[in-house]
Design a protein. Sequence first.
Length: 220
Amino acid sequence: MKPSKTTQLASFGGALAFLVVAMVAGYRNIGMPPVIIVGGSGVVALLLWRITYLTNPTDPALILPLFLLTVAGLEMHMTEEYLTGFGPAMSRLFDISWTERGFLLVFAFFGPTLYALTALGLYYRLPLAGFMAWFIFIGPGVAEFTHFIFPALKPAVQPEVAHAISGLVSNGHFVANMPNYYYHLTGTYYFPGMWTAILPMLPGCYAIYRLLRAHRRLIA
């Protein structure tokens, strides 16, 4: 059933509020990179969700399996990120405060709660759940390719030192054990999460293709 105009407006407002809160929290606690990542992915997701799911919620039989597959790949991917120090490595790369504690709070505790609620919402065709699904498809589905770029970037914090360091970053927060994965220093082209980045990318990109194709068919 097509959502009412009131439901659509409320859902759109909720999606905007989520993006604003996420970007502000990311900027205050970590730095500018999360704002760019969350903001960029969120704006694209908002536009695609607006022209597809918001007005005509997708059949759960199509979108829910794609969402769960993407989330499963994302969880496996984040296991590699945690084991290899993704948060502290990003702190070293961009001079931000992304600690292991912060990584776990967002991705190991808050994230799965949000994924579960989104899956439930997709089952009942709630418009806001569709936005969260699109947000996941665009983020892990597309943005994970950045893992293959990070090793080539020169770290902002002591790029000439190969071993992990601990200290204060630009916003005054302390970050421990910041590893250096700079390829021109280590000779190894790798960054935390790079090997498993494809796991959420494949179902995420496929989901985008399937959902846009289903929308075109609906319009036709």
